[in-house]
Design a protein around this ligand. Structure first.
Ligand SMILES: Nc1nc2c(ncn2[C@@H]2O[C@H](COP(=O)(O)OP(=O)(O)OP(=O)(O)O)[C@@H](O)[C@H]2O)c(=O)[nH]1
Ligand SMILES: [Mg+2]
Length: 450
């Protein structure tokens, strides 16, 4: 059965121990799992191999960030590389040519060309304010031209009148002429599907392309395409030449591996995702989102990124050093609480931990929510400098003043001080253990303190 990468990597998380830099063994162990995850996400094997090799080179010898473990570090590196391989940022549709521009839709049979033609027409009309003309060159399947005509009516966009018996090249010429007369900006040419890579049909596409000089030639492909993705993309690219890719049925179970495979072999960007059968279900392709879908690790990646940002803060470094030496006062506690807030608060941190979903509700039910951290910070901030360094001076009247100042009950001030004592004791003990367990233990103590 399908097991998520986060589940599998947590096994490795346990085995690997924190060291100064990622060793080759650490990297190899984690990469084995990532290789399987990529294959399970339907990335084609040759693409996986090349991808893993590059990721290994990047990962070996990388310095570790405190508070994340080596396997998590590997995931971060892999995720970054994956985003880069998918194109880093969303790419705009090319509209940089004089009207009328032609967009040619090509792809295998049933991949979604006709539906996507209508979707694209709608998007160009509404979002880009273009006058669009739809034309079907599919003279092979009965009713294919009618299918496009019906869709065009649905989105209220003109389609080229159907003339029986015309060849695709003749239809293309007629479409271009009509567009010139009707002040059309974009002509979308829907073509006939191919069962496999059919030479005669490929030649026809070449002719249509030469005739119409399209600004975009979209390869429309099903996200569920598995190992075949490489062959499909390669043959369309080699024979017709594509400029961009549109992946359909991204609303289904597919994990999106085809995106990586196709981008990898063609070097062409994926620009849109088909997200359903309806004409408005076309989305801009975002490499970040697909990367986390492929890795199925979005949550861990986000946690690692936040931890990395946090560990860069000098305060945390100093704090860790002080605690190692056994110093811990209320200023330090405030810094820890602030650190938690920076990481998105307690509930957000919890939501990043795999499998915590169900417990999270209970924890929140027990009042361990973000408002607790906020209130505790308010209490500490209502103390004087002297009080924070030496909480022993906090007698009854001072506690009352602090409660008033921070808008809580005296009881809550008392509870915080009790927690502080517990943390202080614990950190003294932990001095020997080093920084490794710091954040986890610190959190645990705060949670028990409630
Ligand atoms: N769920 C889902 N279904 C889609 C999507 N895109 C297309 N479909 C469906 O897939 C089926 C085939 O779509 P078509 O647009 O006819 O595919 P085609 O490539 O034009 O097919 P041929 O002309 O026969 O080659 C239709 O039932 C569409 O509704 C999508 O993004 N999501
Ligand atoms: Mg069609």
């Amino acid at each position: 059965m399908y097991k998520s990468l986060s589940d599998r990597l947590s096994g490795i998380f346990d085995r690997l121990k924190g060291r100064g830099a990622l060793s080759e063994d650490d990297v190899n162990a984690a990469m084995r799992e990532i290789r399987i995850a990529l294959l399970e996400a339907d990335v084609a094997l040759p693409v996986v191999k090349e991808f893993i090799e590059q990721a290994k080179q990047k990962a070996i010898g990388q310095e570790l960030i405190k508070s994340i473990n080596p396997a998590q570090m590997v995931v971060k590196i892999v995720n970054e590389q994956l985003i880069q391989a998918l194109g880093s940022e969303p790419e705009e549709i090319n509209l940089n040519a004089p009207s009328p521009m032609v967009m040619l839709m090509v792809g295998l049979q049933g991949s979604g060309k006709t539906t996507t033609s209508a979707k694209l027409a709608k998007l160009l009309t509404t979002k880009f304010r273009k006058n669009v003309l739809l034309a079907s060159l599919d003279v092979y399947r009965p009713a294919a031209q009618l299918q496009l005509e019906n869709l065009a009516k649905q989105v209220d966009i003109p389609s080229l009148p159907i003339v029986d018996g015309e060849k695709p090249t003749t239809i293309t010429k007629r479409a271009i002429n009509a567009a010139k007369i009707q002040n059309i900006d974009v002509i979308i040419l829907d073509t006939a599907g191919r069962l496999h890579i059919d030479e005669q049909l490929m030649q026809e596409l070449q002719e249509v392309k030469a005739l119409s000089n399209p600004i975009e030639t979209f390869l429309v492909a099903d996200s569920l395409t598995g190992q075949d993705a490489v062959n499909i993309a390669k043959s369309f690219h080699d024979t017709v030449g594509i400029t961009s890719i549109i992946l359909t049925r991204a609303d289904g179970d597919a994990r999106g591996g085809a995106a990586l495979s196709m981008r990898h072999v063609t070097g062409r960007p994926i620009k849109f995702l088909g997200m359903g059968e309806k004409v408005d279900q076309l989305e801009i392709f975002d490499p970040h989102r697909i990367a986390s879908r492929i890795l199925d690790m979005g949550d861990i990646v986000a946690l690692v990124e936040r931890a990395a940002a946090l560990s860069e803060s000098e305060d945390q470094e100093k704090l860790a050093k002080r605690i190692e030496k056994g110093h811990f006062d209320l200023n330090d506690m405030a810094k820890q609480l602030e650190g938690m807030q920076k990481m998105g608060g307690l509930s957000s941190m919890l939501s990043f931990l795999p499998g915590i979903g169900k417990i999270k509700d209970k924890i929140q039910g027990a009042g361990l929510d973000d408002s607790l951290v906020r209130r505790q910070l308010a209490v500490i901030r209502s103390m004087t400098k002297k009080e924070r360094l030496n909480p022993n001076v906090l007698n009854g009247s001072r506690r009352k003043r602090i409660a008033l100042g921070s808008g809580v009950q005296v009881m809550e001030v008392n509870r915080l001080l009790k927690q502080f004592e517990q943390m202080q004791t614990m950190f003294k003990r932990m001095g020997k253990m080093g920084q490794k367990g710091l954040i986890r233990q610190g959190l645990g103590a705060m949670m028990r303190g409630k």
